[in-house]
Design a protein around this ligand. Structure first.
Ligand code: CP3
Length: 341
């Protein structure tokens, strides 16, 4: 393959590395003024996502400007519900909004299993352009939302702190919930395989709302489908980030994946002892640490790195970087990881 910097792939595969690789969830977009400049010329977020040359350009920005060890394709998890028949809008200062949501059996029947080549070709094209322009500098990460997290947006129609409409459906309509989760899973598997064929070197599954379910429900409605996805992905390492699902770490350890994402609520040595030595752990600095001064960012980052030392690790935050974090603070985090010995 000939990647010049393959630290991330080696760390994911459990091979020796000279130092810990580092990248940030949500590094593309959000924080860089260079991103906002491009974004300001457009009608909105969706136009950027759906214009492959521009999506590729903002994917490369953090590699060029922050010198991270990986690129993550600029897109969103919500492109999948749209490809299945539920279009989304991204409302300025508010977030995602769906005009139609899933309420009944006939709504689920009407959804299609999306075909990535037809419905999501703009993402595949952005991946091909990005790979060309990266010219093997660093690996490219592809991604999708986990079925449970996508289910949350399809049923709720917007963000929520509790997603109680989505959780209500699990209780009142368990069979319908499973039918919907199956359709999302099938679409997601095809989508990730198409991303791999288009050139991504690694994939991450974001289960951002795992933590709002209890252990029994997450096992039945969440993990079951994440496992189906992991079992169908071949040729590239897989990362599963089930945010908040500290109770599911034993089950996560059994997945057919190389890397497990950790948020900052999870204790590092406890997680290592639950998961065992044969998985890479990714994370887990509290994103709010990057609001602190340079000295404290350095201190906290070094403390995190020492706790992970001796085991397989990819440095990252415990969730996406916040939009108002200053790029020089992000750079301090990245440089601290690179200089750590
Ligand atoms: O990591 C990256 O930088 C790649 C791009 C990426 C975006 N969204 C771009 C984006 C990725 C990996 C995502 C994933 C995503 N999207 C998740 C899972 C990760 C997580 O943070 O938990 C979720 C839950 C979403 C849904 C979503 N998209 C929400 C709730 C919002 C609004 C709030 C916000 O700013 O995140 C988005 C919009 C969005 N997606 C933006 C970006 C850069 C900001 C939009 C803008 O430029 O106006």
């Amino acid at each position: 393959m000939g990647l010049k910097n393959d630290l991330l792939l080696r760390a994911a595969n459990g091979q020796p590395t000279e130092r810990t690789p580092v990248w940030l969830m949500r590094q593309a977009g959000r924080i860089l003024p260079e991103y906002r400049a491009i974004r300001a010329r457009l009608s909105g977020f969706k136009e950027l996502v759906e214009t492959p040359v521009l999506a590729a350009e903002v994917t490369l920005q953090p590699v060029d400007i922050l010198d991270v060890d990986a690129a993550i394709i600029f897109s969103d998890i919500l492109v999948v519900p749209e490809a299945m028949g539920l279009p989304y809008e991204m409302i300025e200062q508010k977030g995602p909004w769906f005009e139609r949501t899933i309420k009944s059996a006939s709504d689920v029947e009407q959804l299609k299993v999306s075909s990535p080549e037809e419905d999501l070709n703009y993402v595949l094209e952005a991946i091909r352009i990005t790979k060309r322009e990266l010219n093997n500098r660093v690996p490219l990460i592809g991604f999708a939302g986990a079925p449970w997290t996508i289910f949350c947006y399809m049923v709720e129609g917007q963000g929520s702190k509790t997603f109680s409409k989505a959780r209500k459906m699990l209780v009142t309509e368990p069979e319908l919930s499973h039918r919907l989760l199956e359709k999302i899973t099938e679409s997601t598997i095809k989508y990730l395989i198409a991303q791999i064929s288009s050139g991504v070197d690694l994939v991450q599954i974001f289960d951002s709302w795992a933590g709002i379910l209890g252990p029994k429900q997450y096992s039945e409605f969440g993990m079951k489908y994440v496992k189906l996805i992991c079992d169908q992905i071949e040729n590239v390492p897989v990362t599963v980030f089930s945010k908040g699902a500290y109770y599911a770490r034993k089950e996560l350890a059994l997945l057919n994946c190389e890397t497990i994402g950790m948020d900052w609520n999870m204790d590092i040595s406890e997680t290592r002892s639950i998961v065992g030595p044969n998985k890479t752990l990714q994370g887990n600095l509290d994103p709010c640490i990057l609001y602190g001064d340079f000295a404290s960012i350095k201190l906290e980052t070094e403390e995190m790195l020492s706790r992970f030392k001796g085991g397989r690790h990819i440095a990252n935050l415990g969730h996406g970087v916040y939009a108002d974090i200053k790029p020089d603070k992000v750079k301090c985090f990245i440089d601290t990881v690179k200089e750590f010995n």
